[in-house]
Write a protein that binds this ligand. Structure first.
Ligand code: ATP
Ligand code: MG
Ligand code: MG
Ligand code: MG
Length: 565
């Protein structure tokens, strides 16, 4: 490619909403453009990277025996009603109606659709085990879309689903997928870690997440320095000083209980000093639909919990690292008693502190005297109760816990019969009897991987792609090419030699200063740069510099291909 035919869309301006390096760099390097909150267009340069991620994932899925399908984004509500997720999924599910008033959603995941497919297509045990996969757009109305394509509302996922007759078969495929994921993240050239995970709203018992290690990661992962133990901190088990696991205790809500009544309107907000808070914080209304959020020791806000709220909590606002502002708004017509209490909950549900914030009386008016706006003081002893922290003994008894930050790029689950039972996805077994199938599911955030790779590979000058994901491997920067026919010929030859050797080359044929070319090529992260000018023609050499190299070196024309490969 030549920049005359493949124009670069690099920009100087950093968008105001870009908080982390990958988001800033993806805009500046011209990989993506924002259309709306959490909705992005992939520009030609970005799409080349995205396609590489897809290509590697597809190759490894095929190798693992997956069969590629393509399912619709538009999904009928009936299937989601069969599994009960139409009600349970909450506001993250993008719902819509067609012209006949029939309800649909834009799929955030495809368990219902694949289970429907399987119950119609699969008839005999002889067809099992089987794994379907697709690479397709997902829609999640994230409570707080941010970090560009890292947490967007429309994104591309590879999702795979496997069907089995027994647990042994599921475990075997799960192991194959685990290995395929390991191969995929190795091929990307990224530092990653597989950890024990919580299965969240997808459900199931056994589950692992794959995390790309990066300081900006939203998740904390705990792993043992001397054994294989690794878990998402959400799931990691803290040991008491005596070495036993702390027992969860049931927490109680402290809300007053006015008589049952219909609420006209309740709203209020609360403010907490987050510097003191070491725990997950949950704000809960007496009516369970009001359950809110969040917060981790190191001021890390964890919106995952907030996503599970049932349509009545307005997006939480974060004023600064030191304080959280939350707002609640009850829909008119909600059934009371309604009230909002705040609870500080330690790991595994131990309530540390509970306080009543607001409520409504019979006619839906606010409680008299209710303090709608106040600071909450957190008790001192909170600091003593903690989640797994650095230096804790590892739950497997081997070694100590180290904590690192990670970006969740993949997640695999043993679903069991959660979906197949609800949707009656059965197959005729060897004994001629109908038997409900057992399922597994396996996701990779294709678009998130691109951002995660940049989080792991960048410096003050721009992106540093791993070779396998780079949009081009080599940038050729000719000096004043338009002034020299001799140079034009040589550059054309080098371009052809490299291209013929299967190397992807971006030839900068713009009439711009050398410094301008260099900073663009560094910004977009091309791993190898070749500079060639009239002087090099006489000596038959180019100036080569790797993206991470401090200095350039001369390489002879004839050796270029082998040097770069
Ligand atoms: P997160 O904890 O980050 O919200 P999740 O656990 O909800 O992710 P899964 O349901 O496990 O996500 O989906 C599989 C994969 O899809 C995730 O591991 C992640 O890589 C990707 N993914 C999920 N949500 C988003 C999003 N909003 N934007 C981009 N990628 C996403
Ligand atoms: Mg999520
Ligand atoms: Mg998650
Ligand atoms: Mg997940």
């Amino acid at each position: 490619m030549r920049t005359s035919q493949f124009p670069l869309s690099t920009v100087k301006e950093i968008p105001a909403d870009a908080e982390i390096a990958s988001h800033k760099l993806m805009i500046r390097a011209g990989l993506i453009r924002k259309l709306a909150a959490g909705v992005y267009t992939w520009l030609p340069l970005g799409l080349r990277v995205l396609r590489k991620v897809e290509h590697i994932v597809r190759a490894e899925m095929n190798k693992a025996g997956g069969l590629e399908v393509l399912m619709p984004a538009l999904q009928p509500a009936e299937l989601w009603q069969e599994t009960g997720r139409w009600e349970k999924y909450g506001p993250e599910l993008a719902r819509l109606k067609d012209r006949h008033d029939r309800e649909f959603c834009l799929g955030p995941t495809h368990e219902e659709i694949i289970t429907d497919l399987a119950r119609h297509e699969l008839k005999s045990y002889k067809q099992l085990p089987i794994t379907y996969y697709q690479i397709q757009s997902k829609f999640r109305d994230e409570i707080r879309p941010r970090f560009g394509v890292m947490r967007s509302r429309e994104f591309i996922m590879k999702d795979a689903y496997s069907f089995h007759l027994d647990q042994e078969s599921l475990q075997a495929t799960y192991d194959v997928m685990y290995q395929a994921y390991t191969n995929i993240f190795n091929r990307f050239g990224l530092k990653f870690r597989a950890v024990i995970a919580d299965s969240g709203s997808i459900g199931g018992a056994v589950s692992h997440e794959f995390h790309v290690l990066a300081e900006s990661g939203e998740d904390a992962i705990a792993f043992s320095t001397t054994s294989d133990y690794a878990a998402n901190v959400e799931k990691a088990e803290a040991l008491t000083p005596e070495g036993t696991r702390a027992e969860p205790t049931q927490s109680k809500t402290l809300v007053d209980t006015p008589n049952q009544h219909s609420i006209e309107d309740v709203s209020g907000f609360f403010k907490v000093d987050a510097t003191q808070c070491l725990k997950t914080l949950i704000v809960r209304g007496e009516n369970d639909s009001l359950v809110a959020l969040l917060l981790r020791g190191d001021h890390e806000l964890n919106p995952i919990k907030a996503e599970k709220i049932d349509g009545v909590l307005s997006p939480l606002q974060f004023a600064s690292d030191e304080e959280i502002l939350g707002a609640c708004n009850c829909k008119p017509g909600s059934i009371g008693p309604i009230g909002l209490s705040i609870k500080i909950v330690a790991d595994r549900g131990v309530t540390l502190m509970s306080d009543f914030i607001c409520g409504a009386n019979q006619d839906g008016k606010h409680y008299q005297g209710v303090n709608w706006q106040r600071d909450l003081e957190l008790p001192d002893h909170i600091a003593d109760l903690r989640m797994v922290v650095e230096g804790d003994p590892s739950p497997d008894g081997k070694g100590q816990i180290t904590i690192a930050r990670g970006i969740e790029v993949g997640h695999i689950f043993q679903l069991g019969t959660k979906y197949s039972e609800a949707m009656n996805a059965a197959i005729v077994n060897e004994a001629g009897k109908n038997q409900i199938m057992i399922m597994g599911c396996y996701g990779i955030g294709i678009s998130r991987v691109v951002a995660a790779a940049i989080e792991q590979g960048h410096d003050e000058r721009g992106i540093i792609w791993p070779n396998e994901l780079a949009p081009f491997q080599v940038a050729i920067c000719p000096m004043n090419m338009h002034k020299s026919d001799r140079l034009i010929d040589t550059v054309d030859n080098i371009y052809k030699d490299l291209t013929d050797a299967g190397i992807e080359v971006l030839l900068d044929d713009r009439k711009v200063r050398a410094g301008f070319m260099f900073s663009d090529m560094e910004l977009i992260g091309i791993p190898h740069r070749i500079v060639i000018g009239d002087r090099g023609l006489d000596s038959g050499t180019v100036e080569y510099q790797g993206r991470m190299d401090k200095e350039s070196q001369n390489v002879e024309f004839g050796n270029l291909v082998s040097f770069i490969k």
